[in-house]
Design a protein around this ligand. Structure first.
Ligand code: SF4
Length: 633
């Protein structure tokens, strides 16, 4: 019935109906009556964004490969679909079977970005599922979360029955097994019993089993389990062997235009370069590389199963893959017959990386992006961006000489200890880049230089988690100054909206008291807050006022080392002492080398999990040197 209304009446009225058809190549449609547990993978953003997300393809393929389970997809509905559904009183539905979300046993939201929070509330509401976990009964689906943002789950804690912390491949199957057994035993109706079993799964955080108390000034004073089954801290999950892990050989090929239309080869997880603002660099440690053999096998399957014209090598910094020199020629050979291009989304700031980019088949010499992040060596040392000005200038020269005439430079404004000289340093780098372009091209080609600047956001589990974000007015002033400087050098300047970075900081360091703000903002009409054209900051200001919370308290405050942090319940494996030490080294302007090339920096993760970095390219497959104990403090 729902299917008929959707396909007959609703879809023809939408601007982009292909987003909701669910008829893509490689989409999996299982028999609903033949599986024990039905799960919806919910991506709280548009189809185009969600379909470019590798995690979705991995979990979708993995769950559907199990005979007992099925997984279908649901994305945040665009405004036109939302209006149609609300007007007709229809529920939100999955793509594959066009069934109401409320019919599933489990709904799993991936949390990739703080500004998608109002979207998941909207999706729950459209599904007719109570927003608060405490208001759901055993007859409602279990609502779980995961993804990097779950590393500080507190602002959304009241909405989730459980959250999976860390890599989900193994943990999700264990969660589904618990649900299956619960269904067999007939106790899904008893929500508490199900949650108790889930709390026993390593890496699963059940927020309702914890109590948070606050000081009169509003700081967290106590975080503790109030249920005997809840561990004092929840340690994230980590996959030890990427080669042995599931990989989606036949990913769903999007129908509507996706942000990235290409096959994705994940070359490794983790990054130990140690940029002090980077959360991913901390929460996905240690480095675990796939072997070239495994990658080539996967590339062959993707080529066979998708027809993509491009394969992208994904990771946090692909040029750091230790086997790259051997692997790229083999991959080129494999892609040759089908003329498939190879792309590297992240380039390191050095001429080696430009050389690699030059050698890729299908490379159309579009623009190259470099991320020096800061304008002076002093500040690059503070943030531990191991890049010198000479590296950078050589890289842009190599790029121009190789024929690229469009270069994008990425910087961050408002970094801890930033001074006027650092902003002027950015202007200098742009001027020097322009001069090199003139020397190389001598007027033969029009050169396009673009500078893109975001504002620093302090993130949980990083050495900069204790740093405050600059007040909005100060950030605005710095961006304006920089824009005039950059424009004088003939480059275009883009800046990320400051209020969006501000909200990101609020929720990145927030606690449970923020949940009502999210509900208020959603009620007032906030949706797709991560999209500039939809972002309405005044609604957020009203929502904070209505709840009586000061957002500056979360974003702008310098936090003391001994203060209890809302995310202290989550154990990433990185020791807090290491983060303190790194923060102190930052303030002293001392860089810390990458443990891939140098000694162990003592972050603690290898000890916590009993693993060591896995680098494949040095001497075959080696478990890299034992993690040491050297204290760099
Ligand atoms: S424990 Fe040492 S070797 Fe392991 S990731 Fe941390 S710094 Fe690197």
């Amino acid at each position: 019935m729902l299917e008929q209304i959707l396909t007959g009446e609703v879809f023809p009225r939408l601007k982009k109906p292909a987003r909701y058809l669910g008829t893509e190549w490689n989409a999996v449609k299982k028999n609903w009556n033949e599986v024990a547990v039905k799960m919806a993978f919910a991506f709280p953003d548009l189809y185009e964004v969600g379909m470019s997300h590798l995690g979705l393809h991995i979990l979708y393929g993995l769950v559907n490969a199990q005979p007992d389970y099925l997984m279908e997809r649901v994305f945040a509905p665009a405004r036109d679909l939302e209006e149609e559904l609300r007007r007709r009183g229809l529920p939100l539905f999955s793509l594959e079977s066009h069934r109401p979300l409320a019919d599933f046993d489990v709904i799993g939201f991936t949390l990739q970005y703080e500004l998608t929070f109002t979207n998941f509330l909207n999706m729950l509401d459209l599904a007719g599922i109570p927003l608060l976990a405490g208001e759901r009964t055993g007859f409602h689906p279990l609502v779980i979360g995961g993804g990097p943002v779950a590393f500080n789950p507190e602002p959304v804690a009241p909405f989730f029955d459980a959250l999976v912390i860390g890599e989900g491949e193994e943990a999700l199957l264990e969660v589904l097994e618990v649900v299956k057994r619960a269904k067999e035993g007939g106790f899904t109706e008893k929500r508490e019993a199900l949650l108790e079993k889930l709390a026993e799964v390593p890496g699963v955080y059940v927020p309702g089993f914890y109590r948070v108390e606050y000081t009169p000034e509003g700081r967290v004073s106590r975080l503790e389990p109030v249920h005997p089954k809840a561990p004092p801290r929840v340690r994230r999950r980590l996959l030890r062997d990427l080669d042995a892990a599931y990989y989606p050989a036949a990913p769903v090929v999007p129908l509507a235009e996706a942000v990235h239309e290409r096959g994705m080869l994940e070359v490794f997880r983790g990054c130990t370069r140690g940029c002090r603002f980077c959360q991913a660099g901390m929460i996905y440690r240690p480095v675990r590389e796939r072997t070239p053999e495994a990658l080539l096998r996967q590339a062959g399957e993707i080529l066979k199963n998708t027809g993509y014209e491009e394969i992208s090598l994904v990771s946090l910094s692909t040029l750091d893959y230790s086997g790259l020199g051997d692997f790229l020629p083999l991959l080129r050979e494999k892609c040759g017959p089908s003329r498939t291009g190879i792309s590297l989304p992240s380039l390191r700031v050095d001429s080696f990386s430009v050389g690699v980019a030059r050698g890729l088949p299908g490379e159309r010499r579009k623009s190259l992006t470099f991320a020096p992040e800061a304008g002076t060596q002093r500040l690059r040392n503070v943030i531990n961006k191991g890049v010198t000005e000479a590296d950078f200038l050589e890289a842009v020269r190599t790029a121009f000489e190789a024929g690229w005439s469009a270069v994008k430079l990425y910087f961050m404004v408002g970094l801890p200890t930033e001074e006027q000289a650092d902003l002027e340093g950015i202007g200098d780098l742009v001027r020097k880049t322009r001069r090199i372009a003139q020397e190389v091209f001598r007027g033969r080609k029009k050169v396009r230089l673009a500078v893109s600047a975001s504002s620093f956001v302090p993130k949980a589990h990083t050495p900069f988690q204790w740093e405050g974000q600059l007040p909005r007015a100060a950030l605005e002033e710095r961006h304006r100054f920089l824009r005039s400087l950059v424009r004088k050098s003939g480059a275009v300047y883009h800046w990320h909206q400051i209020e969006m970075s501000f909200l990101e900081a609020v929720f990145a360091r927030g606690d449970r008291r923020l949940a009502p703000v999210l509900v208020e903002a959603w009620r007032r009409g906030c949706r797709f807050d991560g999209w500039t054209e939809n972002f309405r900051f005044p609604l957020w200001e009203e929502s904070f006022r209505a709840v009586g919370l000061d957002p500056e308290f979360y974003a702008g405050r310098r936090i003391a080392y001994d203060e209890t942090l809302p995310w202290d319940l989550i154990d990433s494996g990185i020791e807090k002492d290491f983060l303190v030490r790194e923060h102190r080294r930052a303030l002293a302007g001392l860089p810390t080398p990458d443990c891939r090339d140098d000694a162990c920096a003592g972050c603690g993760v290898c000890f916590a999990f009993g693993v060591a970095p896995v680098l494949t390219g040095r001497t075959g497959r080696v478990e890299a040197r034992e993690a040491g104990t050297e204290d760099r403090g």
